[in-house]
Ligand binder design. Structure first.
Ligand SMILES: [Zn+2]
Length: 311
């Protein structure tokens, strides 16, 4: 059925430069508002995970040469809970923010969070993220176990003490923490040839714990930014799809927008301005940003003139 509506005055097209800035600034404002809480909750989650795993479990994992399947499943459940309670509401918030913007433009636009196109992306992505986080955790612990197996004269208890503060770190982070600990210990013994091994061990443990705290924060920041930017971009895509399904917007092309301020995305700089059909992937294989961890790029959806038969 063709709907007949009153002719609407053609909207003046905003200047490309200024609309690009507006879109990027909106994403930036969303990230600034939502990141701190996610960072805090992630860090405290890892703290809980670190203190809930016993030395006995870590020692057993070391002796067995790797983490058990049970532990992996426990972490998977843990992350699933984390995502449902912390990230999913933020993702929903991102989708809501974007949908409200569409509504401001088209007052009769109906937004149903549960059936919005953006939810499919968010659900699928949430499941992937749970698996990835649990797998990264297992890989990190297994890499530490393999690394410490190369030590001579180390007890399983010592290894458990080395591993515990590193729970929640990625494999490269965990290994860098272990190596840092070794450096601090060696430096102390070099400076104090008659120093006690116990004192050196204590100094190294404290230094490693301080370093781990910084590493946890860095990783939390990275996850928060990447995941929130994903939600925002998935929300924009979904809201545009919803508006198309309801006849407010015709066919669209999408344009990749790179953030140009103090921290340019070096990986994405070649993507800037790349255009694709709405449902095609960009040349980097992504439907929309983020293109990489901590990416702050966004997408503009531009209606192709004369493609909306409802107008
Ligand atoms: Zn980027």
């Amino acid at each position: 059925m063709i709907k007949f509506t009153d002719a609407r005055p053609k909207l003046k097209k905003a200047k490309q430069g200024s609309s690009k800035k507006t879109i990027l600034n909106k994403l930036k404002a969303f990230l600034t508002a939502t990141e701190p809480e996610v960072i805090k909750l992630l860090v405290s989650k890892w703290k809980t995970q670190g203190s809930s795993i016993t030395y006995k479990e870590l020692r057993e994992a070391y002796l067995a040469g790797g983490m058990t399947k049970e532990q992996f499943l426990k972490w998977q459940q843990d992350y699933s809970k984390l995502i449902n309670t912390i990230l999913a509401p933020k993702w929903q918030q991102a989708a809501d923010v974007v949908a409200q913007e569409v509504k401001a433009k088209y007052p009769y636009f109906v937004y149903e969070p549960m059936i919005s196109a953006s939810m499919d992306f968010i659900k699928e992505h949430g499941a992937e993220l749970v698996t990835n986080l649990a797998r990264e955790q297992k890989d990190a612990l297994n890499a530490m176990i393999a690394h410490c197996s190369g030590y001579t004269a180390v007890t399983p208890d010592e290894v458990a003490r080395i591993m515990r503060p590193c729970i929640g770190l990625t494999k490269p982070q965990a290994l860098s923490n272990v190596r840092y600990r070794e450096t601090v210990k060696a430096a102390y013994l070099k400076e104090h040839p008659n120093g006690k091994a116990e004192t050196a061990e204590k100094k190294a443990a404290n230094a490693a714990a301080r370093y781990a705290a910084k590493q946890h924060r860095y990783r939390a920041q990275n996850i928060a930014r990447t995941e929130l930017a994903f939600a925002y971009n998935a929300g924009t895509y979904g809201a545009t799809k919803d508006a198309q399904a309801q006849g407010f917007i015709g066919d669209c092309k999408k344009v990749w927008l790179t953030a140009y301020d103090e921290r340019v995305c070096p990986i994405c700089s070649k993507m800037d301005g790349e255009e694709r059909n709405m449902d095609s992937v960009f040349s980097n294989g992504k439907m929309f940003p983020p293109g990489h961890p901590s990416c702050r790029c966004a997408v503009a959806y531009e209606e192709i003139p004369d493609t909306n038969l409802n107008l």
